[in-house]
Design a protein around this ligand. Structure first.
Ligand code: NFE
Ligand code: MG
Length: 504
C-alpha cells in the first residue's frame, strides 16, 4: 500500500513549494510538485509603458533580478530593432556573471550543503578558527535550550547519514561562513556597473546607462580575483568531496532526460555567438533551438486561460478553484516534451558543441577524479557538479570580457519605443533558460509573458498527463525512513528551485 509523504513547505529553497509523494515498498511511485502562490506580474504589466518592464520584472525575484532585467531589455530591443554597443553588451555579461557566481555559491553552501555536511559536528571542533569557535559556542548554547527550533537554520534536520570525515565537515562549515562574505563580494561586483543589487537600476533597452571607467574595471578585477580564489580552493574541492562521499547520488534523481538551453553571454553583436551556446538535448541527440516549439499547458495549473498557447500569444487568467489543478505554475513544454533547464543543461549542451568549450576538459577531469562516467551526470550530484564547474568557467571568462571594455566608449544606443511590435528575449538565469515575450500596441504593453527556469523544472503534469522534470526525478527514489525523507529533499534541492520566479 502507498504511503503519502509530504515535504511542505520545502525549506532551504526560495519561495513556496509543496511536494507530495506516494511511497510504495520504500520507493517513490507518485510525485506532485506544486507552486503555492499566485503573483500576477504578467497581469500587472498590461497597459504600462514598455520601459517600465525591465524594472518591474526584476521584482519577480531578489535572487536572479539581473536576468529578468536582461530578458526584458532583450525582448524590447528585438521589438524596437536596436542593439547595444559592445560596451553595453559586455557590461551586461559581467553583471549576469556576477549574479550567477553569487547564486551558485549561495545554492551550494547556504541551501544545499546542510543536506550533506554534518553541521552538528561543530560541537566537537578542536581548532582555533574564530568563526568556527563562535559557531560552536552558539550551537552549544542553543541546542537543548529551545524545544522547537534549536540552532536554526541548521537544526532540526532530517536524521540521515551525513558526511563522516570530521575534517571535511569542519572545512565545509568554515567555507559556509566564508560564503556569506563571498555573496557580498559578488553583489558588490555586480553593483559596480549595475548601480545596485538586487534590482539593477542601469539596465535599459539599447544598453546600460552606467559609464565604463578604468577605475570600475580595476575594481571589478579585484572583486573577481577574490571570488576566483574561493571558487578554486573552496567551492570546487568541497563539491568534489561531497560527490566522492555520496556516490549513490550520481544514480538518484535522473529527471526527464531532456535538456534545454537558450544560451547566455553573447560574445558578438546580436548575440550571434554565446559563451554558453543554445541547444536542445532530447533522447541524447543535440538539436538546434527553435523557440517557436515552446508552449505552456495549463490543464493541471490554476489558470482558466486556454492551454497549449505559445508564449507570444500567452494569457494569464488565474482560477484559484479550478478542478484538477494543483499548482500555480504553468507547464512549459518544448515540442510537447518536458525539459530540464539549468547548469546541467548548459554544461551538457556546451560539452556537445564541436568547438572546444572551456567546460569540456574540466568536466572530464572532474568526472575522472570522482570515478564517474558522463552518463552519471543526469543525477543529484551531476547537477551540483555542473553548477560548480560552470561557476568556475564563467568567473574565468570575466577576465576576457573586462579586457574588451573600452573606458569612456558608449554603453547605450538610441532607442525609441515602437508603436506596434513584438519581441522575444531569451537568456539564461542561474537556474536555467529564461524568456520574456512582449507585445507592444500604441506604445503600451498589450501582453507580456515570462517563461521562467523553475517553471520548466517544477512544472506540474501537462495536458497529456506527463510529469514535470522534478516530478520525474523523484520517481523511483528510495525513502528509507518516511519520517526523514532526506533522499527526496536532496533530489528537489539539486535543481535549486526558485518559486517566486516560477509563479511570477
Ligand atoms: Ni528567482 Fe530565477 C533564476 C529566473 S529561477 S531565481 O536563476 O529567471 O526560475
Ligand atoms: Mg509565465
Amino acid at each position: 500500500m502507498a504511503t503519502t509523504i509530504q515535504l511542505d513547505p520545502v525549506t532551504r529553497i526560495e519561495g513556496h513549494l509543496a511536494v507530495r509523494t506516494e511511497v510504495t515498498d520504500g520507493r517513490i511511485t507518485g510525485a506532485w510538485v506544486a507552486g503555492e502562490m499566485f503573483r500576477g506580474f504578467e497581469v500587472i504589466l498590461r497597459g504600462r509603458d514598455p520601459r517600465d518592464a525591465q524594472q518591474i520584472t526584476q521584482r519577480i525575484c531578489g535572487v536572479c533580478p539581473i536576468e529578468h532585467g536582461v530578458a526584458s531589455v532583450l525582448a524590447q530591443e528585438a521589438a524596437a530593432g536596436v542593439e547595444p554597443p559592445p560596451n553595453g553588451r559586455v557590461v551586461r555579461n559581467l553583471g549576469q556573471a556576477a549574479n550567477f557566481i553569487a547564486s551558485h555559491i549561495t545554492h551550494f553552501y547556504l541551501l544545499s550543503s546542510p543536506d550533506f555536511v554534518d553541521i552538528a559536528r561543530i560541537q566537537e571542533y578542536p581548532g582555533n578558527d574564530p568563526g568556527l569557535l563562535a559557531l560552536k559556542a552558539w550551537v552549544n548554547s542553543e541546542v537543548g535550550t529551545r524545544a522547537v527550533l534549536p540552532a536554526a537554520p541548521f537544526l532540526p534536520r532530517y536524521a540521515a547519514e551525513y558526511l563522516q570525515d570530521p575534517e571535511l565537515n569542519f572545512t565545509a562549515i568554515r567555507h559556509y561562513l566564508e560564503a556569506l562574505e563571498m555573496r557580498r563580494v559578488a553583489h558588490e561586483m555586480a553593483a559596480l556597473f549595475l548601480g545596485k543589487i538586487p534590482h539593477a537600476a542601469t539596465l535599459v533597452p539599447g544598453g546600460v546607462t552606467e559609464h565604463v571607467t578604468a577605475l570600475k574595471i580595476a575594481a571589478f578585477r579585484s572583486h573577481l580575483a577574490r571570488l576566483q580564489v574561493f571558487i578554486d580552493t573552496a567551492y570546487l574541492p568541497d563539491v568534489m568531496a561531497v560527490a566522492t562521499a555520496f556516490p549513490a547520488y550520481f544514480v538518484l534523481g535522473a529527471g526527464c532526460g531532456n535538456f534545454l538551453a537558450y544560451g547566455v553571454f553573447p560574445e558578438e553583436a546580436a548575440g550571434a555567438s554565446r559563451f554558453f551556446p543554445s541547444g536542445v538535448l532530447a533522447k541524447d541527440e543535440l538539436q538546434d533551438l527553435k523557440p517557436e516549439a515552446i508552449t505552456e499547458d495549463v490543464t493541471h495549473s490554476r489558470f482558466s486561460s486556454p492551454t497549449g498557447l505559445k508564449p507570444e500569444l500567452g494569457e494569464t487568467v488565474p482560477a484559484p478553484g479550478k478542478s484538477g489543478a494543483y499548482s500555480w505554475l504553468k507547464a512549459p513544454r518544448y515540442r510537447g516534451q518536458p525539459m530540464e533547464v539549468g547548469p546541467l543543461a548548459r554544461v551538457l549542451v556546451a560539452a556537445r558543441r564541436p568547438e572546444d568549450h572551456a567546460v569540456k576538459a574540466l568536466l572530464e577531469t572532474s568526472l575522472n577524479a570522482v570515478g564517474q562516467k558522463p552518463q552519471a551526470l543526469a543525477s543529484v550530484m551531476g547537477r551540483h557538479l555542473a553548477r560548480a564547474l560552470e561557476c568556475k568557467v564563467i568567473a574565468d571568462r570575466c577576465g576576457k570580457w573586462l579586457d574588451e571594455l573600452v573606458p569612456d566608449a558608449p554603453t547605450l544606443a538610441d532607442h525609441a519605443v515602437p508603436v506596434t511590435a513584438r519581441g522575444c528575449g531569451l537568456t539564461e538565469a542561474a537556474r536555467g533558460a529564461l524568456g520574456h515575450w512582449i507585445d507592444i500596441r500604441d506604445r503600451r504593453i498589450h501582453s507580456y509573458q515570462c517563461v521562467v527556469p523553475t517553471t520548466w523544472n517544477c512544472s506540474p503534469r501537462d495536458d497529456r498527463g506527463t510529469l514535470g522534470p522534478i516530478e520525474q526525478a523523484l520517481l523511483g527514489t528510495p525513502v528509507a525512513d518516511p519520517q526523514n525523507p532526506i533522499e527526496a529533499a536532496r533530489v528537489v534541492r539539486s535543481f535549486d528551485p526558485c518559486l517566486a520566479c516560477a509563479v511570477h
